[in-house]
Design a protein around this ligand. Structure first.
Ligand code: PEP
Ligand code: MG
Length: 315
């Protein structure tokens, strides 16, 4: 019953004192976009386009790509849709984009680094996104994954803008990008924290190794420090900083993220109602206090315990 009540709560994301925090969905296909359309999600914060092409043995044509992107945009008219360019490699191998014999694929030619070996793939994808924008009249926000430097962000922004993309961003999921978030933000309109990879690269821990889950915990103080640094740079530059990693779907951690200055949270759609509810029960000042307590804690477990102790007891 409580769950049904939560499901039917369609208010936009906001804290108790009315500070807006966009609540968005993570998707991988146009069918996912249609499902999101039936929910209260304010849009899509992460469209993992590589999911469309997991089975493809050759590069999909620009026409095929355009059709897929246009279908997703058409499913969500008027709502924000953040499309991520191909994030191939490591845990997301694509037959037509990934080098099969890399010794350290997580540290290799993955994500946006693909431009070094195969710039055409990125150009074709941007061409298809521009065509989908023209066909639907819906303007996607477009971001690149695995950005490590401000130079890479500048390079991507130039390519995307040359194709007529108006809102250009990058993911912050490599520690170097978080440490230099100011310089990265200077090049783009927004960033989105990928806390799955940010934890992997900060803690030097393979994200697929379940037995190391304690190290991959997004509550790890070092990971929270990098989130804080990025959010701080966003506040100073006045540019949006979202989170689209799994951490956004933990209602308790979501409060901390908002307290650190994160402006949107994107997650699997099923997690949205609980996060919406948790936000509504806390003011932005309370979130800021929870964030201070989390940052002061010496371990992931201590951070979570300190925050839980100070939550509204109904959350
Ligand atoms: C992340 O790394 O946190 C992220 C959102 O991207 P993915 O999980 O697709 O790598
Ligand atoms: Mg990632």
């Amino acid at each position: 019953e409580v769950e049904r009540a939560l499901e039917q709560d369609t208010a936009p994301g906001a804290t108790a004192d009315g500070k807006a925090v966009a609540l968005l969905a993570n998707i991988g296909t146009a069918a996912d976009a249609e499902r999101v359309a039936t929910t209260a999600a304010e849009g899509v914060g992460l469209f993992r386009t590589e999911v469309l092409f997991l089975e493809a043995s050759t590069e999909p044509t620009v026409e095929e790509q355009t059709a897929a992107y246009a279908a997703a945009l058409r499913a969500l008219p008027g709502r924000k849709v953040v499309v991520r360019t191909l994030d191939a490699g490591a845990d997301k191998p694509l037959a037509f984009a990934t080098q099969p014999d890399e010794e350290n694929p997580a540290l290799g030619v993955r994500g946006y680094r693909l431009v070094r070996t195969n710039a055409d793939l990125v150009e074709h994808q941007l061409e298809a996104l521009a065509a989908a924008q023209a066909a639907t009249g819906e303007a996607p926000w477009v971001m690149a994954p695995m950005i490590a430097t401000a130079d890479e962000a500048r390079d991507f922004a130039a390519r995307a803008r040359a194709h007529g993309i108006a809102k250009v961003g990058v993911m912050v999921e490599v520690p170097s990008a978080a440490l230099r978030a100011h310089e990265v933000l200077r090049e783009v309109d927004f960033v989105s924290l990928g806390t799955n990879d940010l934890a992997q690269y900060t803690m030097a821990t393979d994200r697929l190794r379940g037995e190391l889950a304690d190290l991959l915990d997004p509550w790890q103080p070092a990971v929270l420090d990098l989130v804080a640094a990025t959010a701080h740079a966003g506040l100073e530059t006045g540019k949006p900083v979202g989170v689209c990693g799994e951490s956004a779907s933990d209602p308790v951690l979501a409060l901390v993220l908002v307290g650190l200055g994160v402006t949107s949270l994107s997650m699997s759609p099923g997690a949205l109602p609980a996060v919406r509810y948790a936000l509504r029960r806390h003011t932005s000042a309370q979130c800021a206090t929870l964030a201070v307590e989390a940052l002061a804690a010496p371990s992931a477990a201590a951070a979570r315990a300190a925050v839980v102790e100070n939550l509204d007891p109904e959350v």
